[in-house]
Design a protein around this ligand. Structure first.
Ligand SMILES: Cc1cc2nc3c(=O)[nH]c(=O)nc-3n(C[C@H](O)[C@H](O)[C@H](O)COP(=O)(O)OP(=O)(O)OC[C@H]3O[C@@H](n4cnc5c(N)ncnc54)[C@H](O)[C@@H]3O)c2cc1C
Length: 399
């Protein structure tokens, strides 16, 4: 019977362990924390957004080939086989019907136990070496031997949950190429002086990541204004670009994405007719949250107290107002660090792994999950990858 060691008892590690055991291997999981699946319990605000019905290509980023692996994965069937039924929301996000992450972790644990997967917690793996045709996995106080080893140690995001990229130097030393880890799915920092007065406000907007005048990606959704950062799902989906390009990137907000640009002057004319004699600060009241409306007027006109009708005759004023409403720009100053990021971009490069996620440099070693250079958008895509890649690596390692 082939012996397989899985390093890391998170989402992908548990999926890999189960798949390897189902394919006849004797499996043990080594987890540095006191329990497996700690991060899983916090996913989706404790509800565990475990996959998405549209796991399509444009939702994933990185150098690892993934389409063939995700194509074979069916979250409904996978979890149904463990007694977990799913529900899908309007955006295609899949959750356990119980809406609790605990039920997902419990089901994985029960399945692993049934298959005699042995779990060793508080075992931090520090290295790996060859022993003839087998592998010796070194932990802080012990050693484990196996025919195949699956590294499922996660990325560098959320180090308080055991994932800090600690094994990347070990794997690099073995000859794997590492793409520098960067925070992804994270808030984006910008000018605190402009943001602070808007703290706590949420607006629906279309947000574009712009570099050198070119739009790299556009997302729609709720934007949250924080002390020194913009947040919300649509912003967090642009976080990986902000980590990559840093200050060369600008976030451009269209605050009225539902209004076609050509009809915007008409809307402004209507507001002017209604409120033109009031202080300009009132012009956008009702259209946008009050503090946002005031800020836009201030940026377009430079005045808040003068009646808008007195400012509009300036030939450029309406244009400036339209631009401020639809192309409101925030320079990127950085991103929330790994402490606050949900996911890591970067990791083991695609060129170092085969289509079954086996190392091309050291056959017999496999990888899965966030440790690999593949990250998905917010919406269940990262857990979908964790399960699918875990199953792929577990199956290949056992056979
Ligand atoms: C707060 C939060 C919410 C999230 N919500 C969602 C969501 O709703 N939907 C979604 O799709 N994604 C979500 N994610 C992302 C998702 O959780 C991860 O992409 C996924 O868990 C990655 O699985 P993994 O197995 O690669 O790594 P992890 O689940 O992070 O597991 C890695 C495990 O390896 C262990 N480990 C690390 N180093 C060692 C070592 N040297 N020795 C032994 N063990 C080690 C760690 O302790 C950890 O338990 C969220 C992330 C966070 C932080």
């Amino acid at each position: 019977m082939k012996k397989v060691i899985v390093v890391g008892g998170g989402a992908s590690g548990l999926a890999a362990a189960i798949a390897a055991a189902e394919n006849g291997a004797s499996v043990c999981v080594l987890e540095r924390l006191q329990r497996v699946g700690k991060k899983l319990l916090l996913t989706g605000n404790g509800k565990c957004n475990l996959s998405n019905i549209t796991c399509s290509g444009d939702r994933y980023h990185g150098s690892v080939r993934y389409a063939h692996i995700l194509r074979d994965f069916d979250a409904e069937r996978y979890f149904r086989d463990m007694g977990v039924l799913l529900r899908t929301d309007a955006e295609g996000r899949q959750y356990p019907m119980s809406m609790t992450a605990t039920s997902v972790l419990d089901a994985l644990r029960i399945k692993a136990e049934t298959l005699n997967v042995r779990v060793f917690c508080e075992v931090r793996v520090t290295g790996i070496s060859r022993m003839g045709t087998r592998w010796c996995v070194h932990a802080e106080e012990s050693e484990f031997h196996a025919d195949a080893v699956i590294f499922a140690a996660g990325g560098s995001a959320a180090p308080n949950l055991g994932t800090d990229g600690n094994l990347l130097p070990v794997l690099e030393h073995l000859g794997h190429r590492i793409i520098r880890p960067r925070p992804a799915i994270c808030a984006v920092e910008s000018d605190a002086e402009r943001l602070r007065p808007l703290k706590g406000i949420r607006v629906r907007a279309e947000v574009s990541a712009v570099r050198g005048g070119n739009i790299l990606k556009t997302e729609r959704g709720e934007v949250q204004f924080n002390e020194n950062a913009l947040s919300g799902i649509c912003i967090m989906n642009l976080g990986r670009l902000a980590s990559l390009y840093g200050r060369r990137l600008t976030l451009r907000l269209n605050l009225l994405p539902e209004i076609p640009p050509e009809t915007l002057p008409e809307v402004l004319d209507m507001l002017l007719a209604q409120r033109g004699l009031l202080p300009a600060s009132e012009l956008l009241t009702g259209l946008l949250p009050k503090r946002i409306g005031e800020r836009i007027v201030k940026e377009a006109f430079g005045h808040l107290t003068t009646p808008a009708a007195e400012l509009i005759p300036d030939p450029d004023a309406v244009g400036r107002l339209c631009t401020a409403l639809t192309e409101w720009e925030f320079p990127v100053l950085g991103t929330a660090g790994f402490d606050k990021a949900q996911v890591t971009a970067g990791g083991i490069a695609g060129e170092s792994v085969s289509d079954t996620l086996e190392s091309k440099v050291t056959p017999g070693i496999y990888f899965c999950g966030e440790l690999l250079d593949l990250d998905g958008d917010c919406g269940g895509y990262n857990l979908a990858w964790a399960w699918a890649s875990g199953i792929c690596a577990g199956h290949a390692a056992a056979t």
